[in-house]
Design a protein. Structure first.
Length: 180
Protein backbone atom coordinates (compact mmCIF):
# COMPACT_ATOMS: atom_id res chain seq x y z
CA UNK A 1 0.00 0.00 0.00
CA UNK A 2 1.27 3.46 -0.84
CA UNK A 3 1.71 5.41 2.39
CA UNK A 4 3.33 8.55 1.01
CA UNK A 5 2.86 10.21 -2.33
CA UNK A 6 4.65 7.77 -4.60
CA UNK A 7 4.69 7.69 -8.35
CA UNK A 8 1.95 5.32 -9.47
CA UNK A 9 2.28 4.10 -13.03
CA UNK A 10 -0.79 2.85 -14.87
CA UNK A 11 -1.26 -0.12 -17.15
CA UNK A 12 -1.34 -0.52 -20.90
CA UNK A 13 -4.71 -0.29 -22.60
CA UNK A 14 -6.67 -3.51 -22.94
CA UNK A 15 -8.05 -3.39 -26.44
CA UNK A 16 -8.33 -4.80 -29.90
CA UNK A 17 -8.22 -2.76 -33.08
CA UNK A 18 -12.00 -3.27 -33.55
CA UNK A 19 -12.92 -1.74 -30.16
CA UNK A 20 -16.00 0.47 -30.27
CA UNK A 21 -16.35 1.48 -26.61
CA UNK A 22 -13.55 2.79 -24.40
CA UNK A 23 -14.04 2.67 -20.63
CA UNK A 24 -11.74 5.03 -18.74
CA UNK A 25 -10.84 5.16 -15.08
CA UNK A 26 -8.41 7.61 -13.50
CA UNK A 27 -5.40 5.56 -12.36
CA UNK A 28 -5.17 2.06 -10.84
CA UNK A 29 -5.62 2.00 -7.06
CA UNK A 30 -3.18 0.50 -4.58
CA UNK A 31 -4.64 -3.04 -4.74
CA UNK A 32 -4.74 -2.96 -8.55
CA UNK A 33 -1.12 -1.84 -8.67
CA UNK A 34 -0.14 -4.58 -6.24
CA UNK A 35 -1.91 -7.28 -8.28
CA UNK A 36 -1.17 -5.65 -11.67
CA UNK A 37 -4.83 -5.93 -12.65
CA UNK A 38 -7.50 -3.39 -13.48
CA UNK A 39 -10.11 -3.06 -10.70
CA UNK A 40 -8.49 -5.69 -8.45
CA UNK A 41 -10.15 -4.54 -5.22
CA UNK A 42 -12.90 -7.08 -4.55
CA UNK A 43 -15.32 -4.42 -3.28
CA UNK A 44 -15.13 -2.53 -6.59
CA UNK A 45 -18.27 -3.28 -8.64
CA UNK A 46 -16.55 -3.00 -12.04
CA UNK A 47 -16.14 -6.73 -12.72
CA UNK A 48 -19.56 -7.50 -11.32
CA UNK A 49 -21.07 -4.97 -13.76
CA UNK A 50 -18.92 -6.26 -16.63
CA UNK A 51 -19.97 -9.78 -15.70
CA UNK A 52 -23.61 -8.82 -16.22
CA UNK A 53 -22.96 -6.80 -19.40
CA UNK A 54 -20.15 -8.69 -21.11
CA UNK A 55 -19.76 -12.05 -19.40
CA UNK A 56 -16.55 -10.86 -17.68
CA UNK A 57 -17.60 -12.29 -14.32
CA UNK A 58 -15.37 -11.79 -11.27
CA UNK A 59 -15.01 -15.57 -10.82
CA UNK A 60 -13.25 -15.89 -14.20
CA UNK A 61 -9.49 -15.55 -14.43
CA UNK A 62 -8.29 -12.02 -15.07
CA UNK A 63 -7.12 -13.01 -18.56
CA UNK A 64 -10.54 -14.51 -19.35
CA UNK A 65 -12.32 -11.35 -18.11
CA UNK A 66 -10.18 -9.18 -20.38
CA UNK A 67 -10.92 -11.49 -23.32
CA UNK A 68 -14.65 -11.21 -22.65
CA UNK A 69 -14.38 -7.42 -22.84
CA UNK A 70 -12.30 -7.33 -26.00
CA UNK A 71 -14.51 -9.95 -27.68
CA UNK A 72 -17.40 -7.53 -27.16
CA UNK A 73 -15.39 -4.63 -28.60
CA UNK A 74 -14.86 -2.94 -25.24
CA UNK A 75 -11.49 -1.35 -24.48
CA UNK A 76 -10.26 -0.54 -20.99
CA UNK A 77 -7.72 2.09 -19.95
CA UNK A 78 -7.07 4.97 -17.59
CA UNK A 79 -6.75 8.68 -18.21
CA UNK A 80 -3.46 8.86 -16.30
CA UNK A 81 -0.31 7.13 -17.43
CA UNK A 82 1.24 8.09 -14.09
CA UNK A 83 0.71 10.39 -11.12
CA UNK A 84 1.77 10.96 -7.55
CA UNK A 85 -0.78 9.46 -5.19
CA UNK A 86 -1.10 8.29 -1.61
CA UNK A 87 -3.54 5.39 -1.33
CA UNK A 88 -6.28 4.87 -3.87
CA UNK A 89 -8.55 7.91 -3.68
CA UNK A 90 -8.87 9.94 -6.86
CA UNK A 91 -8.82 13.08 -4.75
CA UNK A 92 -5.20 12.24 -3.81
CA UNK A 93 -3.94 12.29 -7.41
CA UNK A 94 -1.18 14.89 -7.86
CA UNK A 95 0.89 15.83 -10.92
CA UNK A 96 -0.98 13.55 -13.34
CA UNK A 97 0.50 12.68 -16.72
CA UNK A 98 -2.02 11.61 -19.35
CA UNK A 99 -1.86 8.57 -21.57
CA UNK A 100 -1.40 9.18 -25.31
CA UNK A 101 -4.99 9.30 -26.50
CA UNK A 102 -4.18 10.78 -29.91
CA UNK A 103 -2.21 7.62 -30.70
CA UNK A 104 -4.89 5.40 -29.13
CA UNK A 105 -7.71 6.87 -31.21
CA UNK A 106 -5.57 6.65 -34.34
CA UNK A 107 -5.00 2.91 -33.70
CA UNK A 108 -8.67 2.38 -32.77
CA UNK A 109 -10.67 4.21 -35.45
CA UNK A 110 -13.92 2.38 -34.63
CA UNK A 111 -14.24 3.86 -31.13
CA UNK A 112 -17.64 5.52 -31.04
CA UNK A 113 -18.18 6.04 -27.31
CA UNK A 114 -16.00 6.92 -24.34
CA UNK A 115 -17.40 5.96 -20.92
CA UNK A 116 -15.92 7.47 -17.80
CA UNK A 117 -15.97 5.30 -14.70
CA UNK A 118 -16.92 8.22 -12.46
CA UNK A 119 -16.69 12.00 -12.67
CA UNK A 120 -13.01 12.25 -11.60
CA UNK A 121 -11.96 10.36 -14.77
CA UNK A 122 -13.99 12.78 -16.90
CA UNK A 123 -12.53 15.82 -15.13
CA UNK A 124 -8.95 14.61 -15.65
CA UNK A 125 -9.69 13.77 -19.29
CA UNK A 126 -11.24 17.19 -19.91
CA UNK A 127 -8.28 18.95 -18.31
CA UNK A 128 -5.36 16.86 -19.59
CA UNK A 129 -6.50 15.23 -22.83
CA UNK A 130 -9.43 16.79 -24.62
CA UNK A 131 -7.74 20.11 -25.51
CA UNK A 132 -4.97 18.21 -27.34
CA UNK A 133 -7.07 15.71 -29.26
CA UNK A 134 -7.23 15.73 -33.04
CA UNK A 135 -10.69 15.96 -34.61
CA UNK A 136 -11.69 12.28 -34.26
CA UNK A 137 -11.19 12.15 -30.51
CA UNK A 138 -12.63 15.55 -29.75
CA UNK A 139 -15.97 14.77 -31.44
CA UNK A 140 -16.66 11.41 -29.84
CA UNK A 141 -19.65 11.07 -27.53
CA UNK A 142 -18.62 10.92 -23.89
CA UNK A 143 -20.75 9.65 -21.02
CA UNK A 144 -20.05 9.88 -17.30
CA UNK A 145 -21.18 6.73 -15.51
CA UNK A 146 -21.47 6.15 -11.77
CA UNK A 147 -18.16 5.13 -10.28
CA UNK A 148 -17.76 1.44 -9.51
CA UNK A 149 -15.42 2.29 -6.64
CA UNK A 150 -16.37 1.18 -3.12
CA UNK A 151 -15.71 4.81 -2.11
CA UNK A 152 -18.88 5.69 -4.04
CA UNK A 153 -21.37 3.30 -2.52
CA UNK A 154 -24.29 5.73 -2.25
CA UNK A 155 -26.03 4.13 -5.26
CA UNK A 156 -27.37 0.59 -5.24
CA UNK A 157 -25.65 -1.92 -7.51
CA UNK A 158 -28.81 -2.49 -9.57
CA UNK A 159 -29.07 1.26 -10.28
CA UNK A 160 -25.42 1.46 -11.36
CA UNK A 161 -25.83 -1.61 -13.56
CA UNK A 162 -28.90 -0.16 -15.28
CA UNK A 163 -27.14 3.14 -15.99
CA UNK A 164 -24.04 1.39 -17.37
CA UNK A 165 -26.16 -0.93 -19.55
CA UNK A 166 -28.36 1.85 -20.89
CA UNK A 167 -25.47 4.20 -21.68
CA UNK A 168 -23.48 1.62 -23.58
CA UNK A 169 -26.51 0.35 -25.54
CA UNK A 170 -28.14 3.71 -26.27
CA UNK A 171 -25.03 5.76 -27.04
CA UNK A 172 -23.53 3.28 -29.52
CA UNK A 173 -24.61 3.67 -33.13
CA UNK A 174 -24.84 -0.09 -33.49
CA UNK A 175 -25.63 -1.92 -30.26
CA UNK A 176 -22.81 -3.96 -28.83
CA UNK A 177 -23.18 -7.65 -28.23
CA UNK A 178 -23.93 -7.18 -24.54
CA UNK A 179 -25.56 -9.79 -22.36
CA UNK A 180 -28.90 -9.40 -20.62
Amino acid sequence: MLRDNHLATGFDAVSRKDARVLILGTLPGAESLKQQQYYAKKQNAFWKIMGELAGAHPDLSYKARLKQLTDRQIALWDVCAAAQRRGSLDSNILSPRANDFAAFFKKHPKIELVCFNGRPAEKLFTKLVRPNLPDKGSHLPFVILPSTSPAHASMKFEEKLALWRDAIRIECKNPLRLLG
